[in-house]
Design a protein around this ligand. Structure first.
Ligand SMILES: [Zn+2]
Length: 488
């Protein structure tokens, strides 16, 4: 007997035996296995770093799977705008800003995405000029610069005093916008404002101030004073102990970049109502007391040159109820003007109240002891200047013999005794004008200009001690002139 073994293709073996006759059985072939592929773009990222600036790093990640779910690692490719760029599962390339079509291709499968790569956002903002008149007469030639631990690049300001500057510095959490004269000596101080990467979405506005200030009218008409914010912020101390209200320009503890944003009265509050509070005084007030107070106030307006600067006097006589008397913490405060009490206390003093933005009220306690000091016109004027938002000048480094600077001012033989001197007037006017613009345009004001001035003087950027509006009579604790250095 003959046996034949037939092998059917790859799969089936059949045997058949028959006497004398051969019979062949052939099994039908199975269908060939079919593999399909699916390409998927899993991740598309773009990011700007210091290394890629101003371009972006494009990162792609994709997979290709068979119909059985098996991930394959070869035989596919990435294309970027139609050009083959990679056959790995991930792909990274630095690309210039623009629109890209990225595709991941596998046999009979293709996935595509459109990727928009944006240019780095610039910092933008406007510069507002603080001048003696409300309308600045000229535009200085200015530049806006990026600043990290130093200046890293500048752009010119346009004719509308606006800037737009892109820099890798602005990718970090802390950097600065530095506004300065294009060439040194243009007559304006610099300004430096701290920014962070999220700030590129909003305007970073700044106020600029001249190097000098010309007083327009009053006692010091046509007097030009060189402004020194460093002097206005000089720390007044005695053997390391802070003296009362230790800066002429007072400082508040508010976020960096807008440091020492101490308050002023709103321009519309002038003339500020002033009233004597006989109810709360320790002695009976005489009709003449009112005259003395208003003469002091008038003299201060004349010294300050308020008629040109504000178009009106600083103060006006008012009734008791007009100044908004309220009893707070066992003493009387005033919420809509200045109230004056005469007290049996050794020294005269002043305080203030605010609405969160501006000063709205002031209280003055005039000393009746030891020598009826409230009769001295310079004491009343000194306290009135406190209610305008100013502290004491540092007699060693600031101007002398200022009304707010030093007790040497009390030498009655000095013809300037009791006079607000030109340096004080110029700095007070500058302070008010800068703050007015800073509030109006949401701009960084006096603090940024002070730091800009320090840079021009070759001094490090650092904030001053953060005092408060209602300074206690004696500070305690460790007070340092340079409390916190700004981080570069
Ligand atoms: Zn004082």
């Amino acid at each position: 007997m003959k046996c034949v073994t037939l092998v059917a293709i790859a799969i089936t073996t059949l045997s058949a035996c028959a006497g004398g006759t051969e019979k062949t059985i052939v099994a039908p072939p199975p269908p060939p296995p079919v593999t399909t592929f699916t390409a998927t773009i899993e991740q598309v990222n773009t990011s700007i770093t210091r290394a890629t600036f101003p371009n972006s790093l494009l990162s792609l990640k994709g997979t290709v799977r068979t119909n059985l779910g098996v991930v394959v690692s070869s035989g596919f490719s990435w294309t970027l705008n139609g050009e083959s760029v990679s056959s790995a599962s991930t792909f990274e390339q630095t690309v210039t800003p623009g629109t890209y079509t990225v595709c991941l291709e596998a046999p009979a499968s293709k996935a595509c995405n459109t990727v928009s790569v944006s240019a780095p956002k610039p910092m933008t903002g406007s510069v507002f000029l603080a001048t003696v008149s409300e309308i600045p007469t000229q535009n200085p030639q200015l530049v806006a610069c990026s600043w990290k631990s130093g200046e890293t690049g500048c752009v010119d300001m346009n004719a509308d005093m606006q800037y737009s500057i892109a820099s890798a510095d602005f990718l970090s959490d802390t950097s600065y916008i530095f506004i300065r004269c294009k060439t040194a000596g243009c007559g304006w101080k610099s300004s430096i404002t701290q920014v962070s990467r999220v700030d590129s979405a909003k305007a970073i506005n700044v106020v600029l101030l001249r190097d000098s200030w010309k007083i327009q009218c009053g006692t010091w008409a046509n007097t030009t004073i060189t402004l020194s914010l460093e002097k206005a912020y000089s720390f007044r101390e005695n053997n390391g102990i802070a003296m009362n209200i230790p800066f002429f320009f007072r400082s508040n503890n508010v976020p960096l970049g807008y440091i020492y944003n101490s308050p002023t009265w709103n321009k519309n509050s002038f003339p500020i109502p002033v009233a004597l509070d006989s109810d709360s005084s320790d002695v009976a007030l005489l009709p003449n007391d009112s005259t003395i107070v208003m003469n002091s106030a008038q003299s201060l307006s004349e010294n300050f040159g308020s008629q040109c600067f504000l178009g009106k006097p600083l103060f006006r006589p008012a009734t008791f109820s007009e100044v908004g008397p309220v009893n707070q913490s066992g003493r009387r405060s005033y919420l809509t003007g200045i109230g004056i009490q005469v007290k049996n206390i050794p020294n005269s003093l002043a305080g203030g109240s605010g609405d969160g933005t501006n000063i709205v009220g002031g209280s003055i306690f005039l000393s009746q002891n030891p020598q009826s000091l409230f009769l001295a016109i310079y004491v009343i004027k000194h306290e009135l200047v406190h209610t305008l938002g100013f502290g004491h000048g540092n007699g060693r480094v600031a101007w002398q013999p200022g009304l707010m600077t030093d007790s040497t001012n009390l030498r009655t033989s000095d013809p300037l005794t009791g006079v607000l001197i030109a340096e004080e007037v110029a700095h007070m006017q500058a302070f008010y004008r800068v703050r007015e613009l800073a509030l109006k345009y949401n701009a960084c004001g006096i603090g940024c200009i002070h730091q800009g001035e320090r840079i021009n003087l070759g001094l490090p950027v650092q904030r001053v001690y953060a005092g408060s509006l209602s300074a206690p009579t004696q500070f305690s604790g460790n007070i340092s002139r340079n409390e916190t250095a700004l981080k570069p």
